[in-house]
Every structure is written in C-alpha cells, then in structure tokens.
Design a protein around this ligand. Sequence first.
Ligand SMILES: [Zn+2]
Length: 305
Amino acid sequence: MRHIRLLLPLALAAGTLSGCGAAIEGRAADDGRPVVLTTFTVLADIAENVAGEHLRVESITKVGAEIHGYEPTPGDIAKASEADLILDNGLNLEAWFGQFVESVDVPHVVVSDGVEPIDIAADAYAGTPNPHAWMSPVNVQIYVDNMVEAFSELDPEHASDFEAAGTAYQAELQEVQDELVDGLSALPENERALATCEGAFSYLARDAGLTERYIWPVNAEQQATPQQIAGMIEFVEAGDIPAVFCESTVSDKPMRQVVEATGAAFGGTLYVDSLSEADGPVPTYLDLIRYDTRIILDALGGGDA
Ligand SMILES: [Zn+2]
C-alpha cells in the first residue's frame, strides 16, 4: 500500500478501467490480464520479468525514443486510462509524466522509491536528481522489490510467483554487478574512469567504483558547448584515460572530437535510455547492462594507455 498512490479517487466503476475488452482502441490484443503501463522500454522489460505471464506489460514510449523530452499523444492518454497500473521511473526522468498521470484515474507507482538519489552537479539541471538509476544493477534490485509489491497488490493470487520471479531476476542482476566490479578491480586506478556523452552513469559509477565524467548532464540538451568539450579533453589527458564512450540515442560527434584531440580510443556505443529492437544488440535490460559492462571492461582493459 505504501507505494501505491491513487492520484484521484478511484470513483469510477471498476468496469470502465479494466476488463471490458470490447473494441477499446489500442487494446486489440486484450486478453483479460491486468495491464501494467510503463513509461519506457527498459522499465517494461524489467516489469515483464517480474510479471511473468500474469500481467500484460506495455511501454508508452517506443524503442529508440528520446525519453527525457517526450511529448505524450492523446493516444497515450487513452491507453493509460485503460491500464490497471502505471509505473514510472521517477527522479525527474519523465518531466512530461506528472501532467500525464493527472489526466487518468489509475494507480501509479514510482519504481525508484528507495534508491539513494545522486544529484546532477552541472548546468541547468544542477541540484536535481540524476534520473538514470536503472543503470546500476544494484538499484534495479530495488526497482524489482517495488514491482513485486505493486504487482502483488494488483493481483494477489499470483503474489508468490511475482516474489519468486523477482528473486531469480535479482540474482541475475547481482551477477552482472559482480562481473563489473571484478573486471574493474584488475585495472590500474587511473583507468577506472568512465567518460561518456550523457551523464547517465552516475549510479553505475558509484556502485562499481568508477570515476565519472560526461560532456552534458542530460540528453534533452545534447548540444555540446566548446567549454564542455574542452573540459572532457582536459579530464582524459589529466588521467591518461584509455577510452571514451557515447550513448546510442545521441550523436557521438562531440566525443569523436575528444578522441581526435587526445588519442584516447573510442571505446564504443553504450545503451542507456532505450532497449534495441528484438533483433538488435540489447533487446532486454539484462542484455543492455551486460553489453555495456563488456564494452566498458574491454575498452578500459584493452586500451593503449
Ligand atoms: Zn538519459
């Protein structure tokens, strides 16, 4: 109950919220299961792992979408009003979300509840929490706890299944975390640095013992200023950092400039804000975090420093 927020009294008859499968727009595949709507693909995949076959999980934004500055469509609102539960990341990720959920009478759970937030240090976002908590497998274990609790309230009959699925998934998350920490421990101190385009790795860096540096704090404003690029060049040179990275949803041009100026390797493209299509490299969250872990370890470990 603690995590469930009823934003407006649930005065509507239950039948208008769920269960009436007849010809509702966007519910072509309605199969009678409760519908859990998430804000983006990463959350949807994590939720599916906890929900198993008992709930139908969907994402408002599509694969590859820019999630920070997304603008919901009337279709999204219609879809949300038919959901039984809405999950959002919180920590200011979904700037568009507050107004969005106010327009529908559906219970809403913030899956990052309980994560210790890290504030963004720079620019217009200074002092607001960094939203990218899912980039640490340690935090996602908290997301899973919140989902197990929310799903068990939504569908108490299957509470023990949610619990078991959540525990199994948490064990896989811990494996990735251990791989990252073990791999990094083999590197010299100065090479334990993560230089990226977006400041999306603060939680991963904190939980894995990496020093983080980014060109811009949040992808919503992805125009690198000359000062931002100069700052990155200085960081790479000062630490003799072997490799730098950029994320899949933005242009890596500014980071290529850093590569040219410093001779550091371009370590690869990291996935953060979206999964890939099913036939891409990171169709699930576990794929995403394993993929990033390997790119980071390979590039830092095999660098030319
Ligand atoms: Zn982001």
